[in-house]
Design a protein around this ligand. Structure first.
Ligand code: ZN
Length: 219
């Protein structure tokens, strides 16, 4: 992955994903409000660049879109205070936390880890990163949308997060030593729904950009 800021480029290190970070989304899935951020991970090999075709996974029947603001960490950090957290962000984009909802429901019921439902091949379509400049990107008030075949499905704003971005970076940096190239998916707002073969999914934010993918049937 190449983003240019002071001639820096980054190799994706890890993808941290935050679950249950918007109230209305927790309600639509019938979950409980967490006391601390819910964290899971996707492999960096699951990243799909804008414009590439996403092939439906074979081991589930209900693939859901989850549009999320994604952050790129630019420097190493541990125990980062909230007051200084934004300075660790090199760039911002949007991504899709693709989720096999039927598989996830089964795993949750059995108390099993979520990987099969969240961390499969091509589960992390990711837009192009835009260098983070607080003057042009307001992470406390960033609105974004997800459209499927032109129809508005999700509309969110970072101001509605349960754990704001500064708090996510603070918490994650207490549990891991954050590294340059780490990517953070910050959770999805309400309106998650199914994707089928032939769909075109488009995620957009006026401050960050617009990115789209087409869905195809597996062979
Ligand atoms: Zn998500």
């Amino acid at each position: 992955m190449r983003i240019l800021k002071d001639q820096q480029s980054f190799v994706p290190a890890r993808i941290f994903c935050i679950g249950k970070n918007y109230d209305e989304h927790i309600k639509e899935l019938g979950g409980e409000t967490p006391a601390e951020p819910v964290v899971f991970m996707k492999p960096v090999s699951s990243i799909v660049s804008p414009g590439e075709t996403v092939v439906l996974p074979r081991h589930g029947r209900l693939l859901h879109h989850e549009v999320e603001v994604a952050l790129l960490i630019g420097q190493e950090g541990q125990d980062i205070p909230e007051s200084n957290a934004l300075s660790f962000i090199a760039a911002v984009t949007l991504g899709l936390d693709l989720t096999l909802r039927d598989v996830q429901a089964r795993l949750k019921k059995s108390g099993l880890p979520w990987e099969l439902s969240k961390s499969f091949e091509q589960s992390a379509p990711l837009g192009e990163f835009k260098v983070y400049d607080p003057k042009t990107i307001d992470l406390k008030n960033l609105s974004f949308t997800c459209r499927v075949n032109g129809e508005l499905r999700q509309q969110g704003n970072t101001k509605d997060m349960l754990f704001p971005i500064t708090s996510l970076i603070h918490n994650l940096s207490q549990w891991w030593v954050l590294q340059p190239g780490d990517i953070i998916f910050t959770g999805t707002p309400a309106g998650v729904g199914p994707l089928v073969a032939g769909d075109r999914v488009e995620i957009e934010s006026s401050q960050v950009g617009s990115f789209s993918w087409n869905l195809a049937q597996h062979s």
